[in-house]
Write a protein that binds this ligand. Structure first.
Ligand SMILES: Cc1ncc(COP(=O)(O)O)c(C=O)c1O
Length: 383
């Protein structure tokens, strides 16, 4: 038989699948998988059922239902004083993953360079490459995961078209400070670059840390492509509703790609998410308190176990340094934890192309039930 398209030859099964399989085979508690092992809010599940019964079951407008686009536009205005026209500047996608893919297909052509800050969310790399673009990695250096601006500047060439920022940041839990974002924005403005700002964890910030959307910085709204996801905000990752807010031309381009990738997104679930977004002001404080309690518990236990690192201010991940505990690299230590301690984590070297700093860390996800976290902590005793 003739071979599959050469385009896919360089891609491999993602690390998450491998870890989950090993976790299952070894009966390990899975703190590798980056999603909650508990359900999202009852009120929203009920609404989703109602939306199905009310008959919202045929194809939605391809760029998203009117209600959802209006509610997305409304919360950006309410929370961030950002104005997006729901008809022309907001587009609904199948999760942030599709948003990232269609953004790359719409904006990046063969040879265009995209600066990716590592450790990165792995779908950036695949999407850039499938679009024919060139990935240019720049490292966010441990232990604070800050970007060295001289390195970032050096990475910019006449072919650079875009920088990807992920804030709050998976896997480090970093919440970007305004000054740090401003430095990236200044470079984008000076070099006429787009910024794709992946803000799926925008509401998962703790201890008074503030999420600052890149588009709110001076002169940045026009050149920022903001991506977010209801899956993270409502702890319903299987609902797969994401969105892109961008200027009219960019929105037109991403909609054209989206039209031929998925055409339309689940109608009743979009309608339910629209209702959920109306309740953000009451829902978010409770949501943050739930996750803060999990972070505090797990962080304290990790410190008691002898790990030493700053408390992460955002997301539901921790990058835990392992150098004090082992000579092994992240992959070998992750395997040892699965087999000998029955706890699965993600070795983050998979999220780096340039630096080897990831080999000294493991990523733990604490978006888990109390009993799951307790069991993991119990299994790790004696480490
Ligand atoms: C940084 C980041 N971006 C995007 C996504 C994908 O989000 P979705 O489930 O909405 O496709 C994830 C999911 O883990 C993520 O961590």
């Amino acid at each position: 038989m003739k071979p599959v398209a050469p385009r896919i030859n360089e891609f491999q099964d993602s690390i998450f699948g491998v870890i989950s399989r090993l976790a299952r085979e070894n009966g390990a508690v899975n703190l590798g998988q980056g999603f909650p092992d508990f359900d999202g809010p009852e009120f929203l599940k009920k609404i989703a059922g109602q939306k199905i019964h009310e008959g919202h079951n045929q194809y939605a407008p391809f760029h998203g239902t009117q209600n959802l686009r209006e509610e997305i536009s409304s919360y950006y205005q309410r929370f961030y004083q950002l104005k997006y026209d729901p008809d022309a500047e907001v587009s609904v996608t199948v999760g942030a993953t599709e948003a990232i893919f269609v953004t790359m297909m719409a904006m990046i052509g063969p040879g265009d360079e995209v600066i990716v800050l590592e450790p990165f969310y792995d779908s950036y790399i695949a999407s850039i490459k499938m679009a024919g673009g060139v990935v240019v990695p720049v490292t966010m250096h441990a232990p604070m995961f800050s970007v060295n601006m001289a390195e970032l500047k050096r990475a910019i060439t006449p072919k650079t078209k875009m920088i990807i920022v992920n804030n709050p940041h998976n896997p480090t839990g970093k919440v970007w400070l305004k000054e740090e974002l401003q430095e990236v924005a200044d470079l984008a403005l000076a070099n006429d670059l787009y910024v794709m700002s992946d803000e799926v964890y925008e509401f998962l910030v703790f201890d008074g840390a503030r999420h600052i959307p890149t588009a709110t910085l001076n002169d940045m709204k026009e050149r920022t492509i903001t991506i977010s996801s209801a899956g993270k905000t409502f702890g319903l990752t299987g609902w797969k509703i994401g969105w892109i807010c961008a200027n009219k031309e960019v929105s037109r381009a991403v909609r054209l790609v989206h039209q031929y990738v998925t055409f339309a997104v689940s109608t009743p679930i979009q309608e339910a998410v629209a209702e959920g977004l109306k309740s953000l002001e009451t829902y978010i404080p409770e949501f943050q308190a739930t996750y803060k309690a999990k972070r505090d518990f797990f962080y304290e236990e990790m410190i008691k176990l002898g790990f030493n690192f700053p408390k992460p201010l955002g997301t539901y991940f921790m990058m835990v340094p392992i150098k004090d505990k082992t000579e092994l690299n992240d992959v070998d230590f992750a395997m040892k934890l699965i087999k000998d301690y029955r706890v699965a984590t993600v070795p983050p070297s998979a999220f780096y192309l340039k630096s080897t700093e990831g080999a000294g860390y493991l990523r733990f996800c604490f978006a888990k039930k109390e009993e799951t976290l307790n069991e993991a902590v119990k299994n790790l005793q004696g480490l």
